[in-house]
Design a protein around this ligand. Structure first.
Ligand code: TMP
Length: 206
């Protein structure tokens, strides 16, 4: 299948503001022909896998099971939504993608990075984002922003886990500076949005 659209992923620890940024990018009508998904999720099947992954009662889930379920959810959304949208020339914005697995299951849980990369390569056919915006924030601030919201299974892991995930993200960004742009998400939402729009404009030329 040929590919004409552009694929952007939003990444960051819990509470960094990805979901709000995604909503602002869509509501602001900055770009035409956008489609957006969240991960895990984005399709009927992937949303069911999401429910298993985030269920706070599933405390016994083995790290490899977790990685396989995220990969399964991703495989479905790539096949059903992302590849067809790119083939039609759409701008796809994904709230999380492969870097979440590297940061959370790799740096957070300690699974082998090569295992995760190979697994995800198989599940996505090697599809990578053209651009990734990494919203970087101190985990304490992320926690504060989440406020009273009941934590899901991953959020229950606490500050030390989120700190490992954050460092993982920063290492990914240092390895792939062309693709991954780090945005300081500790600032006002309007500033974060403006920087994100600028990066997107550079990519799609609108
Ligand atoms: P969300 O709260 O941003 O919707 O994401 C759900 C949780 O799943 C979040 O804590 C991050 C985690 N996650 C992983 O651990 N690995 C992954 O590959 C993805 C996509 C999400």
């Amino acid at each position: 299948m040929s590919r004409n659209g552009a694929f952007i992923s939003l990444e960051g620890i819990d509470g960094a503001g990805k979901t709000s940024l995604r909503e602002l990018l869509i509501r602001g009508n900055y770009f035409d022909n956008i489609i957006s998904i969240r991960e895990p999720g984005g399709t009927y099947i992937s949303e069911q896998i999401r429910a298993i992954l985030l269920d706070a009662r599933n405390t016994g889930m083995a790290p490899r099971t977790e990685a396989l379920l995220y990969a399964a959810a991703r495989s479905q959304v790539v096949e059903e939504i992302i590849r067809p949208a790119l083939a039609q020339g759409q701008l796809v914005i994904a709230d999380r993608y492969l870097d979440s697995t590297i940061a959370y299951q790799g740096y957070g849980r300690g699974l082998d990075l090569d295992f995760l990369i190979q697994l995800n390569h198989l599940c996505t056919g090697g599809l990578k984002p053209d651009l990734t915006l990494l919203l970087d924030i101190d985990p304490r601030e992320g926690l504060r922003r989440r406020g009273e919201e009941k934590p899901d299974r991953l959020e229950q892991e606490g500050i030390i886990f989120q700190e490992k995930v954050r460092q993982g993200y920063l290492e990914i960004a240092a390895r792939e500076p062309e693709r991954v742009k780090v945005i300081n998400a500790g600032r006002e939402q309007s500033e974060v949005l403006a920087e994100a729009v600028e990066y997107l404009r550079e990519l799609v030329g609108e």
